[in-house]
Design a protein around this ligand. Structure first.
Ligand SMILES: C[S@@+](CC[C@H](N)C(=O)[O-])C[C@H]1O[C@@H](n2cnc3c(N)ncnc32)[C@H](O)[C@@H]1O
Length: 247
């Protein structure tokens, strides 16, 4: 089943990409918008429930603000909360995030299991970034927040990493931007390369389901095909969007 959750004000909810910590709305409003999205995901069968710890989320956000170097990001506060909450609810033992740039998207996912926002223990949380300089910065950022080493960033091509990954992937987060005309079309390459590693019930998330819907069309057609995926929800909390699908 393919559905959409659309926040009533998504077209007016805008961030300055170079000011990642700017407060865009009262926290209660942000929590309420994300709660509606989580309810929609729950009704679609992607999530088992909608509960996560708001205090831990606050601690996670504060740590990222204090410890991360973020030159720019398109992850809005609503998206940061949504990614954290989905990971806190799904509790993936193994999570891979593809195309993590400075690590902000990666830690929004991994922060549910490491650092002050941790609410469960994961086995392996891997961020993959193809540009070595960016991967090194992302790894530096992550190391300041996670002393355990469970979350780490690898300088590599995400397609290759998922092909060679030796165990099931419980949650796959896609945010890579392929070279040349491939652009966000690379999501489908990564998903297909990971296909044999995604067990039933695994969750796949794709950033930019709204502002890159054109280049993502073949990917979106695939995850919204009920013969291939159990459910898929286009979560539109902001102008970027997140497609959340379940195998
Ligand atoms: C647009 S950025 C993601 C930024 C993120 N949405 C944010 O707001 O913080 C996409 C990243 O994917 C990386 N990338 C592109 N192709 C990749 C691949 N095949 N494997 C891993 N990373 C890749 C790029 O180098 C870039 O840093």
């Amino acid at each position: 089943m393919a559905t959409t959750y659309c926040a009533p004000d998504w077209q007016h909810y805008r961030m300055d990409y170079r000011n990642p910590h700017q407060v865009l709305e009262p926290e209660e409003r942000e929590i309420a918008m994300v709660a509606e999205a989580l309810t929609c995901l729950c009704e679609a069968g992607v999530l088992p429930h909608t509960c996560y710890d708001h205090e831990k989320m606050r601690a996670h956000r504060q740590a990222v603000r204090e410890l991360f170097e973020i030159p720019w990001t398109a992850i809005t506060p609503r998206m940061q909360r949504l990614l954290y909450a989905i990971n806190a609810i799904v509790q993936p033992q193994c999570m891979i995030a593809a195309g993590v740039f400075c690590g902000n998207t990666f830690i929004a996912n991994a922060g549910a299991a490491v650092g002050p926002g941790a609410c469960y223990t994961a086995r392996e949380l891997l961020g993959v970034e193809i540009i070595p300089k960016e991967a090194a910065r992302a790894e530096r950022n992550v190391r300041r927040l996670d002393r355990s080493g469970v979350a780490r960033v690898l300088a590599a091509d995400a397609v290759q990493v998922v092909v060679e990954f030796p165990q099931p992937i419980d949650l796959l987060y896609l945010d890579a931007d392929g070279a040349g005309s491939r652009g966000k079309g690379i999501y489908l390459d990564i998903l297909e390369a990971a296909s044999g590693k995604l067990p039933p019930g695994s969750v796949i998330m794709a950033h930019n389901s709204v502002n890159a819907a054109g280049s993502l069309a073949p990917y979106l057609d695939y995850v919204r095909d009920p013969t291939c995926f159990r459910a898929s929800v286009n979560v539109i909390l902001d102008g970027e969007g997140l497609e959340v699908s379940m195998r």
